[in-house]
Ligand binder design. Structure first.
Ligand SMILES: Nc1ncnc2c1ncn2[C@@H]1O[C@H](COP(=O)(O)OP(=O)(O)OP(=O)(O)O)[C@@H](O)[C@H]1O
Length: 255
């Protein structure tokens, strides 16, 4: 079943056409990967999907609802969340606090804050939920460690944890294993496999095909703001051998 679809997305930066009619389809519970040389438009596409950039043309549908150009916080209510590299201020907070910040505290709403009892109950629930997620990510022993003291791979898991606090249906990730040692990189993708089994859908940009290939269900290749190849399941292997795809990587600036 399709959960997300883009239709002919066009995005300009000034005169420059960064996205030139991009149509993709993402199946529920699958991991869809987007690859492409530097500057091909991958980040721009996921920024449009997650509401951080506005499309100039085209539509985005999530669960058959038109969500084109909605704000990120509105999309979060639909169940679309994007992971972010832990910014500097969050590195000074503990792992547990990093997760709690992923959830909108009802205490932030002054009216609800007056209803002290409900608020306290909700806070307890959130802490419980955060610990369940930390347990799942095998990070619970690090709950009171400052996020900044973690390894790159552990930090990526915390980023996934923050996203999970929002009960997402679709998690969009930009290079989840960049700079992560291979062992932990597989660990991260094994967690993603577990989350897929729970029905969560993933849309991911990643350069390290050697590591991720075995985990993906659907592959799109972008070049110059366009999708130039795609394949599902067994076809994925053929896509990466496709002369068109090989050529753009040979001639392009691929990390
Ligand atoms: N805010 C912006 N203003 C102007 N040009 C931009 C902006 N963001 C991206 N671009 C340009 O749009 C093109 C696509 O960029 P994008 O970041 O989407 O590519 P990418 O495929 O994600 O590349 P990378 O793998 O390097 O992250 C690039 O030429 C980039 O310079």
């Amino acid at each position: 079943m399709e959960i997300l679809r883009t239709e002919n997305i066009v995005k300009y930066f000034g005169e420059f056409k960064a996205l030139d009619g991009v149509s993709i389809s993402v199946e529920k519970g699958e991991l869809t990967l987007i690859i492409g040389p530097n500057g091909s438009g991958k980040s721009t596409l996921i920024n449009v999907i997650t509401g951080f950039l506005k499309a100039d043309e085209g539509r985005v549908y999530f669960e058959n609802r038109d969500v084109t150009n909605k704000e990120p916080n509105e999309l979060y209510h639909y169940g679309i969340v994007r992971t972010f590299q832990t910014p500097q201020p969050l590195k000074a907070l503990t792992v547990l606090e990093n997760l709690l910040i992923g959830e909108i505290s009802p205490g932030e709403n002054p009216l609800k804050a007056l209803m002290y009892k409900t608020w306290i109950n909700k806070e307890e629930e959130m802490v419980e939920k955060a610990f369940d997620i930390l347990e799942f990510l095998k990070l619970s022993h690090l709950y009171d460690r400052k996020a900044g003291s973690l390894s790159g791979g552990q930090m990526k898991l915390v980023e996934i944890g923050r996203a999970l606090m929002t009960n997402p249906k679709l998690i969009v990730m930009d290079e989840p294993i960049a700079g992560v040692a291979p062992g932990l990189a597989h660990d991260i993708f094994n967690h993603i496999l577990e989350l897929k089994k729970k029905g969560i859908t993933f849309l991911v940009i990643e350069h390290r095909l050697d590591i991720v290939l075995r985990y993906i269900d659907h592959l799109y290749v972008m070049f110059n703001g366009k999708i130039i190849a795609e394949g599902k399941g067994k076809e994925v292997e053929e896509v990466i051998k496709d002369p068109k795809v090989v050529e753009i990587y040979m001639g392009g600036s691929y990390d």
